[in-house]
Write a protein that binds this ligand. Structure first.
Ligand SMILES: *Cc1c(COP(=O)(O)O)cnc(C)c1O
Length: 371
Protein backbone atom coordinates (compact mmCIF):
# COMPACT_ATOMS: atom_id res chain seq x y z
CA UNK A 1 0.00 0.00 0.00
CA UNK A 2 1.41 3.38 -0.92
CA UNK A 3 0.78 6.29 1.32
CA UNK A 4 -0.13 9.69 -0.12
CA UNK A 5 3.01 11.48 0.98
CA UNK A 6 1.92 14.68 -0.76
CA UNK A 7 -1.08 14.90 1.58
CA UNK A 8 1.27 14.64 4.55
CA UNK A 9 3.13 17.82 3.61
CA UNK A 10 2.22 21.18 5.11
CA UNK A 11 -0.39 22.95 2.99
CA UNK A 12 2.02 25.79 2.24
CA UNK A 13 4.64 23.34 1.02
CA UNK A 14 2.14 21.54 -1.21
CA UNK A 15 1.59 24.74 -3.19
CA UNK A 16 5.29 25.48 -3.69
CA UNK A 17 7.20 25.25 -6.93
CA UNK A 18 10.97 24.77 -6.66
CA UNK A 19 13.18 27.82 -7.31
CA UNK A 20 14.39 27.80 -10.93
CA UNK A 21 18.12 28.57 -10.93
CA UNK A 22 20.06 29.89 -13.91
CA UNK A 23 21.11 27.12 -16.29
CA UNK A 24 24.54 25.77 -15.33
CA UNK A 25 27.31 26.17 -17.93
CA UNK A 26 28.17 22.45 -17.95
CA UNK A 27 24.53 21.50 -18.58
CA UNK A 28 24.34 23.66 -21.70
CA UNK A 29 27.69 22.37 -22.91
CA UNK A 30 26.45 18.80 -22.47
CA UNK A 31 23.12 19.43 -24.19
CA UNK A 32 24.38 21.32 -27.23
CA UNK A 33 27.98 20.13 -27.48
CA UNK A 34 29.25 23.72 -27.22
CA UNK A 35 32.84 24.34 -26.04
CA UNK A 36 32.49 27.93 -25.07
CA UNK A 37 29.55 29.16 -23.09
CA UNK A 38 29.00 32.55 -21.48
CA UNK A 39 26.77 32.62 -18.41
CA UNK A 40 25.16 35.95 -17.59
CA UNK A 41 22.29 34.44 -15.67
CA UNK A 42 22.85 34.40 -11.92
CA UNK A 43 24.31 37.80 -11.02
CA UNK A 44 27.62 36.16 -10.15
CA UNK A 45 30.87 38.10 -9.97
CA UNK A 46 32.51 37.87 -13.42
CA UNK A 47 35.99 38.47 -11.95
CA UNK A 48 36.10 35.00 -10.39
CA UNK A 49 37.04 34.72 -6.73
CA UNK A 50 39.20 37.18 -4.84
CA UNK A 51 42.69 35.55 -4.65
CA UNK A 52 42.89 36.40 -0.95
CA UNK A 53 39.51 34.83 -0.26
CA UNK A 54 40.46 31.74 -2.25
CA UNK A 55 43.70 31.30 -0.30
CA UNK A 56 41.86 31.74 3.00
CA UNK A 57 39.22 29.14 2.03
CA UNK A 58 41.93 26.69 0.95
CA UNK A 59 43.76 27.05 4.25
CA UNK A 60 40.48 26.68 6.14
CA UNK A 61 39.80 23.33 4.43
CA UNK A 62 42.47 21.81 6.66
CA UNK A 63 39.89 22.08 9.42
CA UNK A 64 37.12 20.32 7.52
CA UNK A 65 36.93 17.57 10.13
CA UNK A 66 35.83 20.13 12.72
CA UNK A 67 32.48 21.80 13.18
CA UNK A 68 32.54 25.49 12.36
CA UNK A 69 32.35 28.11 15.10
CA UNK A 70 28.57 28.16 15.52
CA UNK A 71 28.66 31.70 16.87
CA UNK A 72 30.69 33.10 13.96
CA UNK A 73 32.64 35.11 16.54
CA UNK A 74 35.47 36.43 14.33
CA UNK A 75 33.28 37.37 11.41
CA UNK A 76 30.70 39.15 13.55
CA UNK A 77 33.45 41.06 15.30
CA UNK A 78 34.92 42.20 12.01
CA UNK A 79 31.55 43.09 10.47
CA UNK A 80 30.50 44.95 13.62
CA UNK A 81 33.62 47.13 13.50
CA UNK A 82 33.24 47.75 9.78
CA UNK A 83 29.53 48.59 9.91
CA UNK A 84 29.44 50.42 13.24
CA UNK A 85 26.97 48.09 14.98
CA UNK A 86 27.37 45.51 17.77
CA UNK A 87 28.16 41.82 17.44
CA UNK A 88 24.83 40.90 19.02
CA UNK A 89 22.94 42.50 16.13
CA UNK A 90 24.04 39.86 13.60
CA UNK A 91 22.46 36.69 12.28
CA UNK A 92 24.77 34.74 9.97
CA UNK A 93 23.17 32.77 7.17
CA UNK A 94 23.94 30.15 4.57
CA UNK A 95 23.61 32.95 2.05
CA UNK A 96 21.26 35.82 2.87
CA UNK A 97 18.54 33.59 1.44
CA UNK A 98 18.89 31.56 4.63
CA UNK A 99 18.33 34.70 6.72
CA UNK A 100 15.18 35.51 4.72
CA UNK A 101 13.94 32.01 5.51
CA UNK A 102 14.79 32.39 9.19
CA UNK A 103 12.76 35.60 9.27
CA UNK A 104 9.79 33.81 7.73
CA UNK A 105 10.14 30.91 10.17
CA UNK A 106 10.52 33.13 13.20
CA UNK A 107 7.67 35.52 12.46
CA UNK A 108 5.23 33.99 9.97
CA UNK A 109 2.72 31.15 10.23
CA UNK A 110 -0.82 30.29 9.19
CA UNK A 111 -2.96 33.24 10.28
CA UNK A 112 -0.37 35.90 9.49
CA UNK A 113 0.58 37.69 6.31
CA UNK A 114 3.57 39.29 4.63
CA UNK A 115 3.60 42.17 2.15
CA UNK A 116 5.90 42.40 -0.85
CA UNK A 117 5.77 43.87 -4.33
CA UNK A 118 4.97 42.43 -7.71
CA UNK A 119 8.25 41.66 -9.59
CA UNK A 120 10.10 41.38 -6.25
CA UNK A 121 12.73 38.74 -5.52
CA UNK A 122 11.15 35.27 -5.89
CA UNK A 123 12.46 33.99 -2.56
CA UNK A 124 9.89 36.12 -0.68
CA UNK A 125 6.82 34.27 -1.98
CA UNK A 126 8.57 30.94 -1.46
CA UNK A 127 9.59 31.71 2.15
CA UNK A 128 6.17 33.15 3.00
CA UNK A 129 4.26 30.23 1.54
CA UNK A 130 6.54 27.62 3.09
CA UNK A 131 5.79 29.21 6.47
CA UNK A 132 2.07 28.79 5.77
CA UNK A 133 1.44 32.54 5.79
CA UNK A 134 -0.56 34.62 3.35
CA UNK A 135 1.22 36.75 0.74
CA UNK A 136 -0.11 40.25 0.05
CA UNK A 137 1.40 41.34 -3.26
CA UNK A 138 1.16 45.01 -4.23
CA UNK A 139 1.22 46.15 -7.87
CA UNK A 140 4.52 47.59 -9.08
CA UNK A 141 4.94 51.19 -10.16
CA UNK A 142 7.33 51.74 -13.10
CA UNK A 143 8.59 48.20 -12.48
CA UNK A 144 9.58 49.20 -8.93
CA UNK A 145 8.13 48.79 -5.45
CA UNK A 146 5.24 51.20 -4.77
CA UNK A 147 5.96 51.97 -1.12
CA UNK A 148 2.77 53.98 -0.70
CA UNK A 149 0.74 50.99 -1.85
CA UNK A 150 2.84 48.66 0.31
CA UNK A 151 2.22 50.72 3.45
CA UNK A 152 -1.49 50.82 2.66
CA UNK A 153 -1.56 47.05 2.10
CA UNK A 154 -0.47 46.22 5.64
CA UNK A 155 -3.29 44.40 7.43
CA UNK A 156 -3.83 43.64 11.12
CA UNK A 157 -2.29 40.18 10.70
CA UNK A 158 0.73 41.45 8.71
CA UNK A 159 3.99 40.67 10.45
CA UNK A 160 6.65 41.17 7.80
CA UNK A 161 7.23 43.43 4.79
CA UNK A 162 9.96 42.42 2.34
CA UNK A 163 11.70 45.13 0.33
CA UNK A 164 14.56 44.44 -2.06
CA UNK A 165 16.71 47.51 -2.53
CA UNK A 166 17.95 47.42 -5.26
CA UNK A 167 15.36 44.94 -6.47
CA UNK A 168 16.11 41.78 -8.42
CA UNK A 169 15.22 41.19 -11.29
CA UNK A 170 14.34 44.82 -12.14
CA UNK A 171 17.50 46.53 -10.83
CA UNK A 172 15.72 49.72 -9.79
CA UNK A 173 16.04 51.23 -6.32
CA UNK A 174 14.15 53.18 -3.69
CA UNK A 175 15.77 56.42 -2.54
CA UNK A 176 16.39 57.53 1.04
CA UNK A 177 13.36 59.80 1.19
CA UNK A 178 11.00 57.10 -0.05
CA UNK A 179 12.26 54.52 2.44
CA UNK A 180 12.22 57.02 5.33
CA UNK A 181 8.65 58.06 4.56
CA UNK A 182 7.64 54.41 4.35
CA UNK A 183 9.23 53.43 7.68
CA UNK A 184 7.52 56.36 9.39
CA UNK A 185 4.15 54.92 8.35
CA UNK A 186 4.71 51.26 9.21
CA UNK A 187 3.38 50.16 12.63
CA UNK A 188 6.22 49.25 14.97
CA UNK A 189 4.98 45.67 15.36
CA UNK A 190 5.56 44.98 11.65
CA UNK A 191 9.06 43.78 10.70
CA UNK A 192 10.52 45.53 7.65
CA UNK A 193 13.19 43.57 5.82
CA UNK A 194 15.52 45.69 3.70
CA UNK A 195 17.20 43.16 1.44
CA UNK A 196 20.43 44.82 0.30
CA UNK A 197 22.04 42.00 -1.69
CA UNK A 198 23.35 44.50 -4.28
CA UNK A 199 24.11 47.46 -2.02
CA UNK A 200 27.79 47.58 -3.00
CA UNK A 201 26.85 48.27 -6.62
CA UNK A 202 24.28 50.97 -5.88
CA UNK A 203 26.70 53.89 -6.03
CA UNK A 204 24.12 56.66 -6.33
CA UNK A 205 23.96 59.61 -3.94
CA UNK A 206 20.36 59.17 -2.80
CA UNK A 207 20.65 55.44 -2.12
CA UNK A 208 19.74 54.80 1.53
CA UNK A 209 22.03 52.91 3.88
CA UNK A 210 19.57 50.55 5.52
CA UNK A 211 21.75 50.28 8.61
CA UNK A 212 21.16 53.98 9.22
CA UNK A 213 17.49 53.23 9.98
CA UNK A 214 18.16 50.66 12.70
CA UNK A 215 18.59 53.14 15.57
CA UNK A 216 15.28 54.87 14.89
CA UNK A 217 13.33 51.81 13.73
CA UNK A 218 13.97 48.68 15.81
CA UNK A 219 11.56 46.76 13.54
CA UNK A 220 14.03 46.90 10.61
CA UNK A 221 16.20 43.97 9.51
CA UNK A 222 18.88 44.63 6.89
CA UNK A 223 20.11 41.58 4.97
CA UNK A 224 23.36 41.54 3.04
CA UNK A 225 25.42 38.92 1.25
CA UNK A 226 28.92 37.92 0.21
CA UNK A 227 27.50 36.28 -2.94
CA UNK A 228 27.44 39.20 -5.33
CA UNK A 229 30.05 41.99 -5.12
CA UNK A 230 32.30 39.89 -2.85
CA UNK A 231 32.25 36.91 -5.20
CA UNK A 232 31.48 34.08 -2.74
CA UNK A 233 28.15 32.81 -4.15
CA UNK A 234 29.28 29.18 -4.15
CA UNK A 235 30.33 29.19 -0.50
CA UNK A 236 26.93 30.47 0.74
CA UNK A 237 27.33 33.20 3.29
CA UNK A 238 25.26 36.26 4.13
CA UNK A 239 23.92 37.98 7.20
CA UNK A 240 21.16 39.99 8.80
CA UNK A 241 21.64 43.10 10.95
CA UNK A 242 18.84 44.04 13.31
CA UNK A 243 18.09 44.93 16.91
CA UNK A 244 19.72 42.47 19.35
CA UNK A 245 16.21 41.25 20.28
CA UNK A 246 15.36 40.30 16.70
CA UNK A 247 18.82 38.77 16.19
CA UNK A 248 18.27 36.67 19.30
CA UNK A 249 14.99 35.31 17.90
CA UNK A 250 16.50 34.58 14.49
CA UNK A 251 19.44 32.82 16.09
CA UNK A 252 17.01 30.54 17.95
CA UNK A 253 15.67 29.12 14.66
CA UNK A 254 19.04 29.13 12.92
CA UNK A 255 20.68 25.74 12.44
CA UNK A 256 23.77 25.88 14.68
CA UNK A 257 26.36 25.20 11.95
CA UNK A 258 24.63 26.85 9.01
CA UNK A 259 27.77 28.66 7.82
CA UNK A 260 30.78 26.49 6.98
CA UNK A 261 34.44 27.06 7.83
CA UNK A 262 35.78 27.99 4.35
CA UNK A 263 32.88 30.39 3.86
CA UNK A 264 33.60 32.24 7.11
CA UNK A 265 37.34 32.34 6.41
CA UNK A 266 36.84 33.58 2.87
CA UNK A 267 34.38 36.23 4.06
CA UNK A 268 36.83 37.46 6.68
CA UNK A 269 39.57 37.67 4.07
CA UNK A 270 37.54 39.33 1.32
CA UNK A 271 36.45 42.11 3.68
CA UNK A 272 40.07 43.24 3.58
CA UNK A 273 40.42 42.85 -0.19
CA UNK A 274 39.44 46.42 -0.99
CA UNK A 275 41.04 46.15 -4.42
CA UNK A 276 38.73 43.24 -5.36
CA UNK A 277 35.60 45.13 -4.33
CA UNK A 278 36.76 48.23 -6.21
CA UNK A 279 37.42 46.20 -9.36
CA UNK A 280 34.03 44.47 -9.01
CA UNK A 281 32.36 47.86 -8.94
CA UNK A 282 34.42 49.21 -11.83
CA UNK A 283 33.89 46.19 -14.07
CA UNK A 284 30.20 46.39 -13.24
CA UNK A 285 29.72 50.04 -14.10
CA UNK A 286 31.74 49.68 -17.32
CA UNK A 287 29.78 46.56 -18.28
CA UNK A 288 26.47 48.22 -17.46
CA UNK A 289 27.37 51.14 -19.75
CA UNK A 290 28.43 48.69 -22.47
CA UNK A 291 25.16 46.71 -22.32
CA UNK A 292 22.94 49.78 -22.14
CA UNK A 293 24.75 51.36 -25.12
CA UNK A 294 24.21 48.07 -26.96
CA UNK A 295 20.49 48.05 -26.13
CA UNK A 296 20.17 51.65 -27.27
CA UNK A 297 21.81 50.77 -30.59
CA UNK A 298 19.45 47.85 -31.03
CA UNK A 299 16.47 50.03 -30.12
CA UNK A 300 15.60 47.94 -27.07
CA UNK A 301 14.19 49.39 -23.86
CA UNK A 302 15.64 48.37 -20.50
CA UNK A 303 14.94 49.13 -16.87
CA UNK A 304 17.63 51.46 -15.50
CA UNK A 305 19.54 49.34 -12.98
CA UNK A 306 21.89 50.01 -10.08
CA UNK A 307 22.56 46.29 -9.58
CA UNK A 308 24.96 43.96 -11.40
CA UNK A 309 22.31 42.97 -13.96
CA UNK A 310 19.84 44.68 -16.24
CA UNK A 311 16.38 43.68 -17.47
CA UNK A 312 16.02 44.31 -21.19
CA UNK A 313 12.58 44.44 -22.80
CA UNK A 314 11.97 42.65 -26.08
CA UNK A 315 9.19 43.40 -28.54
CA UNK A 316 8.10 39.76 -28.25
CA UNK A 317 7.85 36.85 -25.82
CA UNK A 318 11.33 36.51 -24.31
CA UNK A 319 11.35 32.73 -23.88
CA UNK A 320 12.10 31.78 -27.51
CA UNK A 321 14.82 34.45 -27.57
CA UNK A 322 16.29 32.99 -24.37
CA UNK A 323 16.32 29.57 -26.05
CA UNK A 324 17.86 30.93 -29.25
CA UNK A 325 20.57 32.63 -27.16
CA UNK A 326 21.32 29.26 -25.52
CA UNK A 327 22.00 27.84 -28.97
CA UNK A 328 24.49 30.71 -29.44
CA UNK A 329 26.18 29.64 -26.20
CA UNK A 330 24.85 32.53 -24.12
CA UNK A 331 22.87 31.90 -20.93
CA UNK A 332 20.73 34.74 -19.62
CA UNK A 333 17.65 34.61 -17.40
CA UNK A 334 14.04 34.58 -18.59
CA UNK A 335 11.84 36.25 -15.97
CA UNK A 336 8.38 34.98 -16.83
CA UNK A 337 7.97 33.71 -13.27
CA UNK A 338 8.33 37.35 -12.19
CA UNK A 339 5.42 38.30 -14.46
CA UNK A 340 7.85 39.87 -16.90
CA UNK A 341 7.37 37.66 -19.98
CA UNK A 342 8.97 40.12 -22.40
CA UNK A 343 12.11 40.78 -20.38
CA UNK A 344 15.40 38.98 -20.12
CA UNK A 345 17.59 39.62 -17.10
CA UNK A 346 21.23 39.85 -18.11
CA UNK A 347 23.99 39.80 -15.50
CA UNK A 348 26.90 42.14 -16.16
CA UNK A 349 29.90 40.15 -17.32
CA UNK A 350 33.43 40.91 -18.47
CA UNK A 351 33.74 43.09 -21.56
CA UNK A 352 34.15 40.16 -23.98
CA UNK A 353 31.21 38.31 -22.41
CA UNK A 354 28.92 41.31 -22.72
CA UNK A 355 30.09 41.77 -26.30
CA UNK A 356 29.38 38.14 -27.13
CA UNK A 357 25.85 38.48 -25.75
CA UNK A 358 25.20 41.68 -27.73
CA UNK A 359 26.52 40.11 -30.93
CA UNK A 360 24.30 37.07 -30.43
CA UNK A 361 21.29 39.28 -29.73
CA UNK A 362 21.93 41.36 -32.85
CA UNK A 363 22.24 38.18 -34.93
CA UNK A 364 18.87 36.94 -33.64
CA UNK A 365 17.24 40.26 -34.48
CA UNK A 366 18.70 40.15 -37.99
CA UNK A 367 17.48 36.60 -38.41
CA UNK A 368 13.97 37.76 -37.57
CA UNK A 369 13.78 36.04 -34.18
CA UNK A 370 11.78 39.00 -32.83
CA UNK A 371 9.21 39.06 -35.68
C1 LIG B 1 20.98 37.03 -4.81
C2 LIG B 1 19.99 37.65 -3.90
C3 LIG B 1 19.89 37.33 -2.54
C4 LIG B 1 20.60 36.27 -1.80
O1 LIG B 1 21.61 35.64 -2.25
P1 LIG B 1 22.45 34.70 -1.28
O2 LIG B 1 23.40 34.09 -2.20
O3 LIG B 1 21.50 33.73 -0.66
O4 LIG B 1 23.06 35.59 -0.25
C5 LIG B 1 19.00 38.00 -1.75
N1 LIG B 1 18.20 38.93 -2.24
C6 LIG B 1 18.23 39.27 -3.53
C7 LIG B 1 17.32 40.34 -3.99
C8 LIG B 1 19.09 38.62 -4.40
O5 LIG B 1 19.06 38.91 -5.70
Amino acid sequence: MTCDVFALANVGVQGLHPYQPGKPIEELQRELGLDSVVKLASNENPLGPSPVALAAAQTALKQMHLYPDASGFELKKKLAAKLGVSENQFTLGNGSNDVLDLIARAFLSAGSSAVFSQHAFIVYPIAVQAAGARAIITPAKNWGHDLVAMAAAIEPDTKVVFIANPNNPTGNYLDSDAVSAFLAKVPEHVIVVLDEAYVEFAEVADFPDGLGFLAQYPNVIVTRTFSKAYGLAGLRIGYGVSSPEIADLLNRVRAPFNVNIPAMSAALAVLDDHEYLRRSQQVNSAGMAQLCAGFNELGLAYIPSVGNFVAVELPCDALPVYQALLREGVIVRPVGVYQMPKHLRVSIGLEHENARFLIALRKLIEEGCFD
